[in-house]
Design a protein around this ligand. Sequence first.
Ligand SMILES: Cc1cc2nc3c(=O)[nH]c(=O)nc-3n(C[C@H](O)[C@H](O)[C@H](O)COP(=O)(O)OP(=O)(O)OC[C@H]3O[C@@H](n4cnc5c(N)ncnc54)[C@H](O)[C@@H]3O)c2cc1C
Length: 464
Amino acid sequence: GPTFFLYPRILEEIFAACGHDLHAEVELIRLDPLYELVFEGGGRLPASGDPDRLASAVAAFCPRDAANLPRYMADNRAKLDAFRPILERPFTHVAEYLRPTVLRALPAMRPLSTVERDLARYFSDERVRLAFSFQSKYLGMSPFRCPSLFTILAFMEHEYGIWHPRGGCGAVIDAMARVARGMGVRIHLDDPVQEVLVEDGRARGLRFADRTERYDALFINADFAHAMTTLVPDSARRRWTDRRIARKSFSCSTFMLYLGIEGRIDTLGHHTIVLADEYRRNIAEIEAGRAPPGRPSFYVHNASVTDPTLAPPGHSTLYVLIPVGHNRPEGPDWIAERARYRRLALDRLAALGIEDLERRIRFEQVITPLEWERDMAIHKGATFNLAHSLDQMLMFRPHNRFDDIDGVYLVGGGTHPGSGLPTIFESARISARLAADDLGLDIPAGIAMPARPPRLEPAIMEAL
Ligand SMILES: Cc1cc2nc3c(=O)[nH]c(=O)nc-3n(C[C@H](O)[C@H](O)[C@H](O)COP(=O)(O)OP(=O)(O)OC[C@H]3O[C@@H](n4cnc5c(N)ncnc54)[C@H](O)[C@@H]3O)c2cc1C
């Protein structure tokens, strides 16, 4: 999935803690422009990482909004500074809210506002606001509902850059595996877990097709709701029961078209985001999820213009992502819709000026929400996990030290701090430190871990 590699700092620190240099393991290329926004209603906005070039691109839409860019950047720099300590520590206990760092950060979060409303304080032109709010889709959310805290997403792109790992984001994961194996880690692939074995409230091991194994601690990285509802017996969960999970709200899903094509498309940059003329209607269609959006916004990844290693000589890759609703009983039948939506994706590319694409296709793969759920083990095909509404964040997201089952730690988009690569790397770091603390292992220098809080009565936890 991922193509935008953001905020390398967390992974730099993780590699350094393992005695390695991220940049020696993976070549990270900083992109400029970060991406180009194409407004269907007219206009293109190349979002440069250079403040002056960005200001002149925004001024072409609204000079007053361009003048407000420095204020937007300064306010969001302060917001991220205030919020960073919250993102970097576990939220395992209600008392976490009373920590001075948290109390100081809460007003900066403007908890009652949304991304769209917050941006209206800086930008009057709707297209300029979109250039700083479409990032809510990284969390699978609408900017009209996404908590205002997440204006930091666009800020982070402008402040810290958008990077392309040579070879694609998979090259980062390969590098992590290489380093881990070098440290003695054994990685078993194509070996699905069939059940988490729980005895007396504690996870003791895993059952595979051909064996069971016993462990001191378990990290669950599979999609949270999928793993709980398929691998852990309902009766073994104190709080996150099937009934509770069914009441939660989930992110959107995506329709994907992956193409290997003959030749290269030089008229399109590395990342292009096409924003539908009726953006609000598009968002409402995604949220309702009853039918695939009629005239959707979409994203095109044309990374071969930066990185020729992605395809054989004379060829290139193209990836089209269309946000759509997650699976639900009243939702579309993706078996029936698949061919029609593929056609729609190709027609939308043609409207971007890429007209002779079909005859150049040499490889093709389509993934709909159906495949995300059935083949990739993602609950409801909700690719960005549990929604990131305030009632499902921090303390209210499944905790890194999973308090339903002793000895289980969560990693990934379904736990704190949330979805997206830098965030899930942070979740891994938080969970690793908690486990090291519980197992009495040395904790690398960094954030001190709080003492284990008393377990709250199940009834209180349920109420929370
Ligand atoms: C189309 C798309 C585009 C995205 N774009 C970006 C982007 O540009 N930038 C960004 O930062 N983020 C992006 N994201 C989000 C990012 O990819 C996710 O947040 C991240 O991959 C989530 O990591 P995770 O560890 O939670 O889950 P995953 O990466 O889904 O890993 C879970 C793993 O668990 C495995 N698993 C499941 N069940 C079992 C089982 N029973 N036994 C063994 N293994 C199992 C799965 O096979 C999978 O490998 C994108 C996501 C998608 C889908």
